[in-house]
Design a protein around this ligand. Structure first.
Ligand SMILES: [Mg+2]
Ligand SMILES: [Zn+2]
Length: 179
């Protein structure tokens, strides 16, 4: 690993950054409900020298439920809010707007992580992917990252680490990344 490469924490969006809409999509900024734990986690990983990139599937764009511009506006507003209220920011947000089985980028494929790594000079092996589904974990694993599954539901996982809640993630993130 060369010293000028960045270490990154990749975050899934819905269910990690904001409240997931069950059986639906966050269609606009009005419907975006930031989870209070996320800025805490972002502050801690930023203080440890990691950059942060959100990796999100937004199939509602392909289905015509919301526009790509609306999705981009959400992320512009999110970064402004994080910077204003918490003094932290995301380096980038990578979006797959495509239908299932129609592209190379939709998670669990690792393409969005690999593209972010190329774009920003990120060392994937020194990086982590955090998500609330096995699809997130699989994308991170295939990219060569270590992975954290945030889920209280029982079941098999290939994640490096599993935590039961976002509150537990806030408590343990520094130890996990340092370990
Ligand atoms: Mg999710
Ligand atoms: Zn895609």
């Amino acid at each position: 690993m060369s010293n000028d490469m960045k270490r990154c924490v990749f975050f899934d969006r819905d269910g990690i950054v904001n409240v997931r809409v069950v059986d639906g999509y966050v269609e606009s900024w009005d419907g975006f409900d930031l989870l209070p734990e996320f800025p805490e986690v972002l502050r801690k990983v930023s203080a440890m020298g990691y950059v942060a990139v959100v990796i999100t599937n937004q199939r509602g764009v392909a289905r015509g439920i919301m526009s790509r511009e609306a999705v981009d506006e959400i992320h512009t507003n999110l970064n402004a809010l994080l910077e204003r209220d918490h003094g932290v920011r995301l380096l980038d947000v990578m979006v797959c707007p495509h239908e299932k089985d129609s592209c190379r980028c939709r998670k669990p494929q690792p393409t969005m992580l690999i593209d972010a790594a190329t774009k920003h000079g990120i060392d994937l092996v020194a990086s982590w992917m955090i998500g609330d589904t096995e699809s997130d974990v699989e994308a991170g694993r295939r990219a060569g990252c270590r992975t954290i599954l945030v889920s209280a539901e029982p079941g098999e996982t290939v994640a490096t680490v599993r935590v039961g809640s976002l509150a537990e993630l806030v408590d343990r993130i520094e130890d996990l990344l340092a370990g």
